[in-house]
Design a protein around this ligand. Sequence first.
Ligand SMILES: [Zn+2]
Length: 164
Amino acid sequence: MAKGSANQAKSVPNKHLHARIAYLHQAATHLALQRPPITHTNSSHVDPHLQQRGLPLLLAAQLQAVSLKAQIRLSHDMKRAICKVCSTPLLPDTTSETSIENKSRAEKKSCADVLVIQCRNCHAEKRFPVGVQRQQKKAKRKAAFAASNPQPGKQTNETEMDNV
Ligand SMILES: [Zn+2]
């Protein structure tokens, strides 16, 4: 029994679902752009009812459901462009507000910059650290450490024990 032909190995699995996700994203973004922008309301006065409902939210929710069901990872940009709470497509100055926040003392530390994207529909916030460099994965850190400190096997075992 052959374990998959060359054609199957090259083709992307669940290609039709990738196409569906892309279509849903484009449709949701397009429909959200056709609507009047959500008026800015004070976040302290939270309206229990969403200002906007309907097709864009439905399509974005369907997009998330498809990716969840098929276990397809959404790209960073696509994932960040949808509100987790109400599924509104987050478009700058139309359905969301973007600001940079820095809670360090006197805003001195540039590494404490946080990008805050607030959904105007439900006032939920997404926060992303922007000033700080992301730590490398553990396998890469170990490889870099081993490359910088070439030692006999016994000593590396001891250092690994110290790290644990
Ligand atoms: Zn929202």
